[in-house]
Write a protein that binds this ligand. Structure first.
Ligand SMILES: *[C@@H]1O[C@H](CO)[C@@H](O)[C@H](O)[C@H]1NC(C)=O
Ligand SMILES: *[C@@H]1O[C@H](CO)[C@@H](O)[C@H](O)[C@H]1NC(C)=O
Length: 250
């Protein structure tokens, strides 16, 4: 089960891109833009710009797994209530290292954080200029790490964009997905609903107003084909000291 996502990802990589100059890996030939060779005998694909690591017969992503004494294991989940930011990881993209940002009630890549503080709360409000998320139980839900009573729940909307509820409202559109998120300590945020298809970043389009903000979408077997202008990304977890980082996100 744990290896299933890797197999799905490897098959995807085979279908991608132009063949570069081949290099030998033992007796095999491989394209170094798509694979990495270990010990001159094992090939692992490069997924979302990450050359997968090798552990006793399996290729794995360091955003989800670890290899200890040649045994592949899942990274520990963050304790519930831990706050974190997310940064984009895919060294082939201009948004590599940029933050996942809250705005317009959804999470985007490389934007600026939109938040609000009521005047009567005033100086008790955090600056609200970073987008922080609070971990739930492993494989459960997520919420924004903010102060507003009732909180703001994070969910995948019906188009599998990552969204959050409006302050003072529990409304979530029908067809949304509210759980199945894994936040790995020292790793990434993984959508367990996606069956290994992962996150993609979709570049801004002229019709969408252009600008430097990319759309974040969770891929799956049925929407992947329609997202072929988008590029796989990992979402790296950066743990923060506990607490709230905005009054509310807008
Ligand atoms: C957020 O605002 C605080 C206080 O104004 C400032 O010190 C900090 O540098 C800002 N952080 C970011 C990421 O903009
Ligand atoms: C995949 O995502 C689409 C939205 O893009 C959603 O409508 C569909 O139900 C999802 N498919 C699966 C298999 O979860």
């Amino acid at each position: 089960m744990a290896r299933l996502p890797l197999i799905a990802a490897a098959l995807l990589a085979l279908g991608n891109g132009v063949l570069g100059v081949l290099k030998p890996c033992g007796k095999a030939q491989y394209d170094p833009t798509q694979y990495v060779c270990y010990d001159n005998q094992f090939l692992c694909p490069i997924i979302a710009g990450e050359p997968l690591s090798y552990c006793s017969g399996a290729c794995y992503s360091k955003f989800q797994y670890k290899c200890v004494n040649n045994v592949l294991g899942v990274l520990p989940g963050l304790a519930a209530g831990t706050s974190f930011t997310l940064t984009v990881s895919n060294p082939t993209l201009p948004i590599n290292g940029k933050f996942v940002t809250a705005g317009g009630l959804h999470l985007s890549l490389g934007g600026t954080t939109s938040s609000y503080c009521p005047t009567q709360v005033g100086s008790a409000c955090p600056p609200g200029n970073i987008t922080a998320i609070s971990a739930g139980s492993y494989g459960g839900g997520l919420s924004m790490a903010d102060m507003v009573p009732g909180g703001q729940q994070v969910y995948l909307d019906p188009n599998w964009n990552l969204a959050y509820t409006q302050a003072h409202s529990a409304y979530i559109p029908p067809g949304s997905t509210v759980s199945g998120f894994a936040a790995y300590a020292g790793g990434g945020l993984v959508n367990l609903n996606g069956n290994g298809w992962g996150w993609v970043g979709c570049p801004p389009t002229a019709s969408g107003g252009g600008g430097g903000v990319w759309n974040l979408v969770a891929r799956n077997s049925s929407n992947a084909a329609s997202l072929n202008n988008c590029t796989p990304v990992n979402l790296k977890i950066n743990t923060l000291p506990g607490g709230s980082y905005a009054w509310q996100y807008t």
